[in-house]
Design a protein around this ligand. Structure first.
Ligand code: ZN
Length: 202
């Protein structure tokens, strides 16, 4: 399966001149919600991710996603694994388990995102889940930006990665982009103007 091709077909992988959320510029951008716009495509990706997890032997009772970005990916992954799906969400800045969702002592939880950048939200979700007595067995995402090392990839983790090195990260593909600070961006120097994706119609 060519994951990059699937993202391109979904117009989730953009090429041009973009301002990333970090403020840096890049010639590529992942609009990762777009790949889940088509439920059939979402199911295909989640099934492939579920196969990776099953092959690893890691046991999962429940998939937990950080809202909002992780919910669709987490739900589809839970369906593919045949397990329960829950999510945590921010309430006044802090991540919480709400809406009647509960976890049991020792319950094996996989934290799932649509995309892992540095893993900050995933790590916050893991911290709240473990504080409630469940066990975080690993992390999963459809796409990985290459800051954290996914199982099977030879791209080493960067210092920005917030995920623990003793737990696996399952992901379908590394999307590593060339990034530039605005004053060192060759596209800016060539006279092109960087745009913020998603704001085209603003
Ligand atoms: Zn630029």
């Amino acid at each position: 399966m060519n994951v990059e091709e699937i993202y391109k077909e979904a117009e989730a992988l953009l090429e041009g001149h973009f301002i990333l959320s970090s403020g840096n510029h890049s010639n590529r951008y992942l609009q990762s919600a777009k790949v889940l716009e088509n439920p059939k495509r979402a199911a295909i990706l989640a099934e492939a991710l579920a196969q990776l997890i099953k092959a690893s032997g890691v046991e999962v009772d429940t998939v937990c996603a950080p809202a909002l970005g992780g919910i669709l990916a987490g739900y589809e992954l839970a369906r593919a694994l045949g397990v329960r799906s829950i999510f945590v969400e921010r309430k006044e800045g802090a991540m919480e388990l709400r809406r009647g969702f509960e976890v049991k002592q020792g319950e094996k939880i996989l934290i799932c995102e649509d995309i892992i950048t540095t893993g900050g939200s995933a790590m916050e979700a893991a911290t709240i889940i473990e504080s409630l007595g469940a066990e975080v067995v690993g992390f999963a995402s459809l796409a990985n930006r290459g800051f954290c090392q996914r199982v099977g990839s030879n791209i080493p983790p960067k210092s920005e990665c917030k995920l623990p090195s003793d737990k696996p990260l399952f992901s379908l593909e590394d999307f590593t982009f060339e990034m530039y600070t605005p004053d060192a961006c060759p596209m800016c120097q060539a006279g092109s103007e960087a745009i913020k994706p998603g704001s085209r119609n603003a």
